[in-house]
Design a protein around this ligand. Structure first.
Ligand code: G3H
Ligand code: 13P
Ligand code: ZN
Length: 333
């Protein structure tokens, strides 16, 4: 058993309280490798933004849970080395799908876990979430739950279509489970293809797809039922078209990739939405940079020569999200 406190990490409780009161959101960036972790920490250290480092069960399998934990511990030290005196870094399990997985993460030094019972019938979601909360809270680890289903792939949980969160269920769910935050479904979804072209309109000036707006009426109704309760948005990549264009120019094939417009996320960040999950945008930044370098330098075979520019591009992306979209810069001085 390792406590997250020994690793220099923090849970999400204070982070969320300050974010709701301050009208901004904490970035939750997924990481799977050293370059992503370096880029996240550099961006956060430079902007003094609190951050949630997220690990999916896929990332755990890919990178090894022990390595990821030591990377998170290393992230705290790296942040200090970069001159960030008071790093506010949480290590969070993204889309945990069983009590055993959540327990293992708590025991391994995670400061926050998500139990995603959103695909289960309502009462089973409550039962599972409650069990995770009871265990995690013994160690001061905070718990995110999910109510409502996002379309797309949620790691090992898949759904063909989304089912918006029902505002009439949230009080009962939050009270009976004791969860610390709630992920809701209001029109976001995972991955780089969040809407079909049929669901979008076309901007006549650019010819780009314009997605339908998020269901802010549902968010408002949820906030009315649970005033001041931390709300989480998954599937919040905006799928920057400049990355999609670079990928397509240099041998990729990502037609009709479309995400959530950043102005919608900025609006959400000013409300009780205090955690915004971004993974796909970082994948796009990485892939665009790697494709460009390799296409322009076909003889290159030193991974540092293409992973380096990919890391720089991700750092730019993270800073942009922190400053221009979430507003979390300067909130962890
Ligand atoms: O919600 C899904 C995250 O983007 C993690 O994706 O399961 O492929 O690591 P992954
Ligand atoms: P995106 O695929 O939109 O980046 O969402 C990531 C996410 O929700 C991780 O849990
Ligand atoms: Zn997610």
């Amino acid at each position: 058993m390792v406590s997250f406190k020994e690793l220099g990490l923090v849970n999400t409780r204070e982070m969320f309280k300050k974010a709701i009161n301050g009208g901004y959101a904490i970035p939750a960036f997924n990481f799977n490798n050293m370059e992503q972790m370096q880029a996240i920490i550099k961006a956060c250290a430079e902007t003094k933004s609190p951050v949630i480092l997220q690990v999916s069960s896929g990332a755990r399998k890919y990178a090894n849970q022990t390595l990821l934990r030591y990377m998170a511990q290393g992230a705290v030290e790296y942040a200090k080395e970069l001159g960030w005196e008071n790093p506010q870094i949480a290590l969070h399990l993204d889309h945990g799908n069983s009590f055993e997985l959540c327990k293992s993460c708590v025991d391994y030094g995670f400061s926050s876990v998500m139990i995603d019972g959103s695909a289960l019938p309502y009462e089973e979601n409550i039962e599972l979430t409650k069990k995770v909360v009871e265990y995690a809270h013994r160690y001061d680890v905070t718990v995110e739950a999910e109510l409502g289903v996002l379309a797309g792939v949620e790691d090992e949980v898949q759904a063909e279509e989304s089912h918006y969160t029902k505002p009439e269920e949230v009080i009962d769910f939050a009270t009976r489970t004791g969860c610390d935050s709630l992920a809701i479904s209001i029109g976001t979804s995972h991955g780089a293809y969040k809407f079909t072209p049929e669901q979008c309109t076309v901007d006549p000036a650019t010819g780009r797809l314009v997605p339908p707006p998020l269901a802010f009426d549902i968010l408002d109704a949820i906030m009315e039922k649970l005033p001041g309760f931390p709300i989480v948005l998954h599937g919040s990549s905006s799928v920057p078209q400049e990355y999609v264009d670079i990928i397509n120019t240099y041998g990729g094939k990502m037609p009709n990739a479309v995400g959530i417009p950043e102005d919608q996320l900025r609006k959400a960040a000013k409300s009780a939405v205090c955690k915004i999950n971004i993974d796909s945008d970082s994948r796009l930044a990485f892939t665009a940079a790697v494709r460009k370098v390799l296409a322009e330098n076909p003889g290159e075979f030193d991974p540092r020569k293409y992973c380096g520019p990919a890391r720089d591009e991700m750092e730019r992306l993270y800073k942009h999200k922190i400053i221009e979209v979430l507003g979390s810069d300067g909130k962890a001085e």
